[in-house]
Write a protein that binds this ligand. Structure first.
Ligand SMILES: [Zn+2]
Length: 326
């Protein structure tokens, strides 16, 4: 029988210690982040209340934008799930509606976490609801041209091959129509599945997607017809009222050609809270309806350039909007 050497024993005990330490550190971090998330979410809500805002479901505010009406939209990717649980609790406690858009069926990576989405769904009650978050064209390409390999897809999207493909589509309207039909067929099936798993869903929120994100920088240099196709394939533009109707959805809650007048968005995109505060302040001064687009991960451990609780208490555009309301 082989007995562990002294060095091995030391290593084993060190591993046992760091494993346990790692566990407590993760737990401690989660508790701290949870506390910060509640503090920040409460600061934002208190500010909106002080500013005379009213709170609406995403569908209602989109259908009928009201001055200083606020709706909460959360885009829930896999990494957003832990923070999302806290936000679900926050909205339940405060009695403020929210729509949680699940990014659950984009690629194999998301499908691996299906059970976590199912568990999350169970927590969403009352006036809050679930929506579908997707980029139909990207999801189609990942599944059908890249066998689910998202990394390969991202490499292709950023290559000359993608530009050549778009140029070919621009020259061949029959091929373009065929492609869009195939994407639509799969999209309809995916929305049906979403409804089977998560209950009634009437809204979708477009995801940026690899193709749109990398092509954005290249658009000015592309042949204009191909650039137009590239734009139209982005979820927010591809999700036309006809395609939504075919999938049994009521609306795509993105800013696009079909978005209603007097309805705008303020987002925590990229953790730029300063920008979000400025945009929100300006929109409230203009007394428009504002959909807050939030990514839970940004609030639960992600990078932020500032804290809303501090921005709202300092002499920023937000405070002046609050002053205007009183
Ligand atoms: Zn997204």
């Amino acid at each position: 029988m082989l007995l562990p050497t002294g060095r091995l024993l030391t290593k084993m005990s060190r591993n046992a210690f760091s494993g346990r330490y790692g566990y407590f550190r993760t737990k401690w971090r989660a508790v701290t982040e949870g506390r910060i998330l509640f503090r920040e979410a409460s600061a934002l809500l208190a500010f909106l209340r002080r500013s005379g805002c009213t709170f609406h479901r995403c569908a209602d505010l989109y259908r009928q934008p009201v001055s200083r009406g606020i709706s909460y939209r959360y885009d829930v990717h896999v990494r957003d799930i832990p923070g999302c649980r806290s936000f679900v609790e926050f909205h339940r406690k405060e009695g403020i509606p929210a729509t949680f858009f699940f990014f659950w069926d984009y690629s194999p990576l998301e499908r691996k976490h299906f059970q976590e989405y199912k568990e999350l769904r169970k927590l969403i009650v009352g006036s809050s609801e679930v929506g579908h978050h997707d980029s139909p064209v990207d999801a189609f390409l990942i599944a059908n041209r890249f066998r689910g390999n998202r990394r390969e897809y991202a490499t292709w999207a950023d290559s000359e091959g993608a530009v050549r493909w778009l140029t070919r589509l621009a020259e061949d309207p029959v091929e373009l129509a065929r492609f869009n039909d195939s994407v639509l067929t799969e999209f309809i099936a995916r929305v049906r599945q979403a409804q089977v798993h998560f209950g009634p869903i009437s809204l979708i929120a477009g995801h940026g997607g690899e193709l749109g994100q990398v092509l954005r920088k290249k658009l000015p240099k592309m042949n204009p017809a191909a650039a137009k196709i590239a734009q139209n394939l982005r979820a927010r533009h591809w999700l036309t009222p006809n395609r939504l109707a075919a999938a049994g959805l009521e609306a795509c809650v993105d800013r696009n050609n079909y978005a209603p007048q007097g309805w705008f968005e303020a987002s925590d995109d990229g953790g730029l809270m300063t920008k979000m505060a400025r945009v929100l302040g300006r929109r409230l001064e203009q007394t428009t309806a504002v959909q807050l687009l939030l990514h839970p991960y940004t609030w639960a451990g992600g990078k932020r350039d500032a804290e809303l609780s501090e921005l709202l208490n300092s002499g920023t555009a937000l405070s002046s909007a609050a002053a205007l309301a009183t």
